[in-house]
Ligand binder design. Structure first.
Ligand SMILES: [Zn+2]
Length: 160
């Protein structure tokens, strides 16, 4: 699995909704989660590995001294999640401006405004509808990943 970087055209295409959760989709999600654990990021969207499918993974991992990757215990704000067809259903008008990077823009960070809090609806691997309330870094991560599924990238959001 290869991580695509800008200006790959796939990154700017709107992704298709998942109609059926089958073995292929679950394999793709598992592979994305595995890849995320090996890189320094908190989220990965399917277009970043060449699939225009509305699927993303989030999670906060770090490398411990034995070189194992595991979820960072002191960061409960970023739970390990696989999100299928995620949708932002509510967000605060209040936005927070912070530096934000993207695995598809290596070494680049832009100032980007994101809502302070939001609600996100998605389908989990079992096909169940879920809703989460997020704030801060998690809200930023979810906005970032949903942007990817719409073909919107950090260069489109940057504040001068
Ligand atoms: Zn990104």
């Amino acid at each position: 699995m290869e991580l695509l970087t800008y200006p790959n055209k796939i990154l700017e295409k709107k992704s298709e909704s998942v109609e059926k959760i089958d073995a292929n989709l679950l394999k793709l999600a598992a592979d994305m989660k595995k890849l995320l654990k090996t890189i320094d990021g908190i989220g990965l969207a399917a277009p970043q590995i060449g699939k225009n499918t509305r699927l993303c993974v989030v999670g906060y991992y770090y490398k411990d001294k034995d070189d194992n990757k595991k979820a960072k215990e002191d960061s409960p704000d970023i739970p390990e999640l696989i999100l299928i067809n995620p949708e932002i259903t509510w967000k605060t008008k209040k936005q927070i401006i912070e530096k934000e990077g993207c695995l598809s823009f290596p070494g680049i960070e832009y100032n980007i405004a994101r809502p302070e809090k939001l609600h996100c609806r998605y389908i989990n691997q079992q096909g169940k509808k879920q809703k989460i309330k997020a704030r801060g870094l998690m809200a930023r991560a979810l906005m970032h990943e949903v942007d990817h599924l719409n073909g919107t990238l950090i260069k489109d959001r940057k504040i001068q």
